[in-house]
Design a protein around this ligand. Sequence first.
Ligand code: ATP
Ligand code: MG
Length: 568
Amino acid sequence: MRRSKAFIPTTKEVPSDAVLPSHIFLSRAGFIAQVSSGLYNFLPLGKRVLKKIETIVNEEMGSIGAQEVELSFVTPAELWQKSGRLEKFGKELLRFKDRKENLFVLGPTHEEMMVNAVRDRINSYKQLPLHLYQIKTKFRDEARPRFGLMRGREFVMKDGYSFHSSYEDLNREFNTVEAAYKRILERLGLEFRVVRADSGVIGGSGSKELMVLADSGEDTIVVCHHCEYAANIEAATRGVRKEIPEAPEAEFNRFKTPGVTTVEALAHFFKVDPYYLVKTVAKRAVYDDDSEMVLFFLRGNDNLQEVKAMNALNALELVDVGENELLESGLVAGFMGPLDLKTCKIVIDVELQHADSMICGANEKDYHYVGVNFSAMKNVEFSDIAEVNEGDTCPHCNGVLSCTKGIEVGHIFKLGTTYSKALKAEFLNEKGQREPFIMGTYGMGISRLVAAVIEQHHDENGCIWTSSTAPYIVNVMISNINDDQQMSFGEKLYEQLREHGVEVMLDDRKERFGFKMKDAELIGFPYTVIVGKELANGNIQLMERRSLMKETLSAETALETIIKRVST
Ligand code: ATP
Ligand code: MG
């Protein structure tokens, strides 16, 4: 491609809402252009990167026998009604009516559609397993679209769905897909971790996320330094605490604690470790058609993990409650506790199940109970609702857990029969009985991956594409296009590289050298060949983008050297 003809609108301007390097550089280097909140155009360079990722994904999916399809983007709301997700997905689902007043939804994911596509077409266990996938635009009316391609409203997802006659076969496929996903990310040149995940609104059990490691990641991952354990903080668990602080000695009693309303103040007041204090978090849990106030109780040194808390209640959302709302329920902020509480639902963290010598609020202003023994409590539910802390013990070995940040680029689930049952998609088993399909679902964020590559590979000058994702591998830059020797050498090298199958750009613009160099660094071609004044002495230069190191090459043997360099 000749740069003089290419549509690559690079700019110095940073989009006003851009904070992440990928958002800034992909916009500035002319890969993408924002249309509206969470909506982006892919310009020629962006489209090339997207296609490269898609090709790798297609190859790896083909290698495990998955077949590509393309389902309609506009999906009948009726299918969503049947699965129960018309409500569950909430406002993220973009709904609209056609001219005949039929309700439709823009597909945010395609479980319902894929089950519908297979239903009545696959009838026997003999036709299973079946794995279908697509690479397709999705739409989610995200509450906070941000970070450019990272969290768009319209985005490209690879979504795959597998159908099985047994759970053993689903497990086998799940492992096969996990291995293929790992190969994809390795080929893209990304550093990543596979982590245990929460299954979210899609449902099902057994789910893993593929996380590209990056400081800017929206997800927190808990990893063990000793073994393979890695989990999203939303699903992370921990082993038994190794060092237990010394317990306070006190008989059960009601104690006056005037004005002592925080965990810190209480720890100071009683001179005890927060481990022996009960922390209360009040939230309003929102369900399909109603809501209720819930009090969560944890040890004073723990924090509530909201996704775990929502799962414990099967709630759609947790919202904060104000002091007035507490008062209306007869609760006193700063002095709430689980004993004798009748006015609202309570959930107690599993850590407290056998706890004694605890101190908690007495549900009365300026009073706490001391010497509280949780094992004596009757008719209460204990659930894992605490967030794992840095330094906690690994649930698998005795290692120490720590936290790091990741970008979720893939999510694979063992779905089971949730959707096949809801949509009555069945097959005849070996005994001739009807059974719902056992399913797996496998998503990968293709457009998010474009951003993830840059989050992991950039410097202050711009993008640094990996060899498998670069829109062009070599940029042949003619320093002065009025110099006939430079021009004809550059043109020839460009043609020869093309003939050797190298993806090459020829920067033949009438611009200053410094400007063209900055542009090349911003775009992030892995190599830039500088055809400049030195050509008169038989030399050119080759710059590697990652290191910004320049190497002088003899013009005569430059072609072979460059070909060798780009093929290693
Ligand atoms: P997130 O937790 O980031 O909102 P999700 O868990 O809702 O994502 P899935 O339903 O698992 O997403 O979708 C599969 C993949 O699609 C995700 O792993 C992610 O890479 C990608 N993806 C999801 N939402 C978006 C979005 N708004 N913009 C870009 N990619 C997305
Ligand atoms: Mg997910």
